[in-house]
Design a protein around this ligand. Structure first.
Ligand SMILES: [Zn+2]
Ligand SMILES: [Zn+2]
Length: 264
């Protein structure tokens, strides 16, 4: 079992230390993990500063790699927040400065506002909300290529009263998936939805996963998106079941930004 989306206290919204995460992963007998703390340049939010202490983070990842040698496959990861504009160049530069193994690209914030806030959501139709979110992602990945998988694709559903009907966004999602596949990139199956009691499936939805498969997509990582050590490895098995049910034969891990495929 591989958990490829984990936050530690290097992220503003997570509490457990990297050591606690490693200890839990070993105790639970996971085969491998990727620690993927947040790096969101140009993220404006009153609640969190969203600043990653990169030198300290990189030193901690390098230390964790040594700690895990021979015990647990450890990937030095990061979850970058794509925002249209100058942030993309900052991501590019940051990733060139350290040998990360694995990079998740997510959209947490558009040019307007953080996607979970009233500034983004209030007074707008579902159509307007999902259109802005998915279009922002598509715009970013048309020009920005330094990532491995797209994080929690339809995460925007989490912040609305109900899941948006697929018809509102499937054309744009098709463009996103074709772009990612054409660039040799993958997607993640984020299983935090189980923990939040939101749905009996992960993110992306079954319909998006099926489309990805139909379009020839093969690269999928599974991540708990744990923000506390006790959730490391949570619902990864359910994620594997979902992938099998959609006809995927492998789950993917990364080393030095190169994918490895493990039979399901
Ligand atoms: Zn995220
Ligand atoms: Zn995350």
């Amino acid at each position: 079992m591989f958990d490829y989306h984990i936050h530690t206290s290097f992220s503003d919204d997570a509490r457990s230390t990297l050591d606690e995460v490693l200890a839990t992963a070993m105790k639970k007998g996971l085969d491998g993990i990727a620690v993927t703390d947040h790096f969101d340049p140009f993220y404006y939010d009153d609640e969190y500063p969203w600043v990653l202490d990169l030198p300290a983070y990189e030193a901690a990842l390098a230390g964790a790699e040594r700690t895990c040698a021979g015990k647990l496959s450890f990937a030095k990861g990061i979850e970058i927040g794509l925002i249209e504009g100058e942030g993309l160049a900052v991501c590019e530069e940051t990733l060139s400065g350290f040998p990360f193994d694995f990079v998740i690209a997510s959209v947490h914030h558009t040019a307007r506002a953080p996607i979970h806030t009233p500034e983004f959501l209030r007074g707008r139709t579902q159509q307007e909300i999902v259109e802005e979110y998915f279009t922002a992602l598509l715009t970013c990945i048309r020009q920005y290529k330094n990532y491995d998988v797209l994080g929690h694709l339809n995460v925007i559903d989490r912040y609305m009263d109900s899941y948006a009907p697929a018809g509102l966004y499937m054309d744009t999602v098709r463009e996103i998936l074709l772009q990612a596949i054409g660039d040799g990139k993958g997607i993640e199956l984020n299983v935090s939805t189980f923990r939040y009691g939101m749905a009996d499936h992960g993110t992306p939805t079954p319909a998006i996963l099926a489309l990805y498969r139909e379009l020839g997509g093969e690269i999928v990582t599974i991540g708990s998106d744990a923000h506390e050590a006790r959730y490391v490895g949570a619902f990864i098995k359910e994620g594997e079941d979902i992938l099998r049910a959609h006809g995927f034969r492998y789950v993917t891990t990364y080393r030095n930004r190169a994918p490895s495929f493990h039979s399901l």
